[in-house]
Write a protein that binds this ligand. Structure first.
Ligand SMILES: Nc1ncnc2c1ncn2[C@@H]1O[C@H](COP(=O)(O)OP(=O)(O)OP(=O)(O)O)[C@@H](O)[C@H]1O
Ligand SMILES: [Mg+2]
Length: 410
């Protein structure tokens, strides 16, 4: 390989006598090799770092202490580097002895010996081989550097992507929490409108019809039917309004609203529903009560729509640090792929389970689902905020609270 490909690589020449050093330098330069002399071993050790191709060193300069300086430098080379050194031997010392001296006294590594008297062609050929080897080392270095840079860039891109995903996830979570809040407010508003507006008109119409029926002793069948229809409309509007947002939830709290809801659920669905509540359960902060009620509502709706179970048990317990709500049905169970997807990334076929999960997460709680062809078990655990904890501590007289059971028959 011609050193013309790597004209920048220098040969460092270290010989004790100015005459030798200059002679070597001249021979190399005439062959087109970039050569420069260095004054001593420390200078050589320093110059090795500066894109040098190889060193031509006369053995006279390699005294014990200087070999150590050079050996130390070479021992600390980077992994890609194995700096070639050509040692000029001879001049009265036997080749064997020289080799021993160089090889055994210090691990200089990539050393080759050239015996004096030197022939220019031999020197040039040895130097070119050393430079070519050194060039390959630099190529390895560049390759390693490129790889390192690519890895760094990849790591940075990965980090940036992760932080972007994190930001988007946080934004989406905020958005979904806000949507759930807006949904709750909207339901509350529609429930109030239904009750206060439509409900009141229907009640007024019912009063008029009643008056009409009383004043006209021969009330027509149409009048009777109209009264019945209005009665049914009043009842349906009331149920719809209460299902959208039970007034009991605000007035009497989650426990009362849950009892009311489970009883109605049993009647409407034909599913035997049992509700068991630990008696220490008192009022909680509104966000806890709303979340628990919506979760209960969605879970029971799912039991009705999907499980084909004839019964369901709801259990609500509270200890000083957490609230636990469990819903157990004995139906056909969730499709395994739906359950798997839900466990993997929190998504499901509809918005019910995903919404439940978000509501619970908002309160730092957890939602676990076990499901098999023998039924589905849903467990919600919500840690209590310090305020709630104080509340429960004052009201928890017995550590193992007794239970209060409501059974809603179809
Ligand atoms: N108790 C259950 N028993 C059997 N399968 C269930 C039960 N609960 C949920 N699933 C299954 O999990 C799926 C996802 O439930 P999810 O509540 O998220 O959506 P959905 O009820 O289908 O629709 P949405 O709630 O949006 O009206 C359901 O479609 C159903 O297949
Ligand atoms: Mg659902």
């Amino acid at each position: 390989m011609s050193d013309n490909r790597h004209p920048e690589l220098r040969v460092l020449v270290l010989a004790p006598f100015g005459k030798d050093a200059n002679l070597i330098k001249r021979v190399l330069r005439q062959a087109g090799v970039n050569a420069s002399t260095v004054a001593n071993v420390p200078a050589l050790a320093l110059a090795i770092s500066e894109d040098a191709g190889c060193a031509v060193v006369s053995e006279e300069v390699l005294r014990d202490d200087e070999i150590n300086v050079l050996a130390h430098k070479l021992a600390n080379q980077p992994t890609w580097s194995d700096f070639p050194i050509i040692v000029l031997t001879g001049g009265g010392i036997s080749t064997h002895a020289t080799e021993l001296a160089v090889r055994s006294r210090a691990p200089l590594g990539n050393v080759s010996l050239l015996e004096r008297p030197l022939r220019p062609a031999t020197l040039i050929s040895a130097v070119r081989s050393a430079i070519a080897a050194r060039q390959r080392q630099y190529e390895v270095r560049d390759h390693l550097l490129e790889r390192q840079q690519a890895e760094d860039a990849l790591r940075r891109a990965h980090g940036a992507l992760e932080s972007l995903v994190e930001q988007r996830t946080t934004a989406l979570r905020r958005l979904s929490a806000r949507l759930l809040r807006v949904q709750d407010e909207e339901r509350r508003r529609i429930a109030r409108e239904l009750h206060d507006s439509l409900g009141q008109y229907l009640t007024a119409a019912k009063i008029n019809l009643d008056l009409l029926a009383r004043s006209d002793h021969k009330a027509t069948p149409q009048l009777c039917e109209a009264r019945e229809l209005i009665d049914r409309a009043i009842s349906d509007v009331r149920t719809l309004s209460h299902l959208l947002h039970p007034p009991l939830l605000d007035e009497a709290g989650f426990v009362s609203a849950a009892k009311w809801y489970v009883e109605g659920f049993g009647k409407r669905s034909g599913i035997r529903a049992e509700l068991e509540i630990s008696e220490n359960f008192l009022r909680l902060a509104p966000e806890f009560e709303t979340a628990l009620f919506r979760v209960l509502q969605e879970a029971l709706t799912n039991v009705h729509r999907h499980s084909r179970s004839s019964s369901v048990e709801v259990r609500l317990t509270k200890d000083p640090s957490a609230i636990t709500l469990t819903i157990q049905d004995h139906g056909v169970g969730m499709p395994p792929e739906t359950l798997h997807r839900f466990r993997e990334n929190g998504t499901s076929v509809g918005v019910g389970l995903a919404g439940m999960r978000e509501r619970i997460k908002e309160l730092s709680g957890t939602l676990n689902i076990e499901s098999s062809p023998r039924g589905t078990f849903l467990k919600v655990a919500i840690p209590l905020a310090p305020r709630e904890r104080e509340n429960s501590a004052t009201n928890l007289n017995s550590p193992s609270a007794s239970f209060h059971t409501v059974v809603a028959h179809p």
